[in-house]
Design a protein around this ligand. Sequence first.
Ligand code: AMP
Length: 282
Amino acid sequence: MQVFNYGAEWQKNWLQALKTDKTIGFVPTMGALHEGHLELIRASKKSTDFTVVSIFVNPIQFNSQEDFEKYPILTSQDLDLLQKEKVDFVYLPNQESIYPEKPIINLDFGNLERVLEGKFRPGHFSGVGIIVSKLFNIIRPNIAFFGQKDLQQVAIIKKIVTDLSFPLKVSIVPTVREKDGLALSSRNMRLSIEEREKALILFNNLEFAKNELLAGNKWLAVRKQIIHAFKDEPLAKLDYFELVDPETFQVFEEFDRSKKSSICVASFIGNVRLIDNLPIIP
Ligand code: AMP
């Protein structure tokens, strides 16, 4: 496994891959790696010749300084995991090399970012769009791998690739969960034992809502019941619980079996903000 810190170091490997007709898979992460990240890496290793994993906690996508400062950094543990997965290359850039200056451009994803994560985290997707574009330009992968766990991010990244003609394919990996259903997230390690138990409220209500919809119950009535359930849990603070088109992020007021639909949720559990989603009609 080769670790590098600067884009210039990668260029000779990229050229070599190009000359020898080898494909490059890329898995961008913010580290504190868990099975969810490892599934992306396994998907990349399965379908490409070389896998590059980046670890970079991107300051410009955080809209809370506290969230940024508390983001777990576990680089040596991460490198051990990556070595075990037989990853070929790890890109560990520092802040100065990625942002020699604070970017002045701002990306606006229109209606895609007026709702859900975009609404509750202003500027977040611009920050995601900028770092992902930079990383695509530096690594120049053939396939980039992202998790369905961050569903709105997937829609945003697909839009960047289309709108800016990045010459690569985006591949999506289903959400990896704990046995009880909690979606794996680097933020889960900030939960206390009690909060970890209460965090199940996200997945449990996604499942409940899915079953209710498939049984023919009305979405707005189901949603109202769920909002009450969150209000009754003192450790939870719900940001949103919405039924959406997973590609356009149009928010639905009613469930229609003929339309692609996913339910998305974001809630604080204590001080930790968690998100999750469940496809209803994939
Ligand atoms: P992060 O390090 O949180 O920025 O995540 C890096 C990549 O891993 C993103 O594409 C995420 O969507 C993906 N990811 C995070 N958690 C999971 C999970 N539980 N299952 C699948 N993919 C995930």
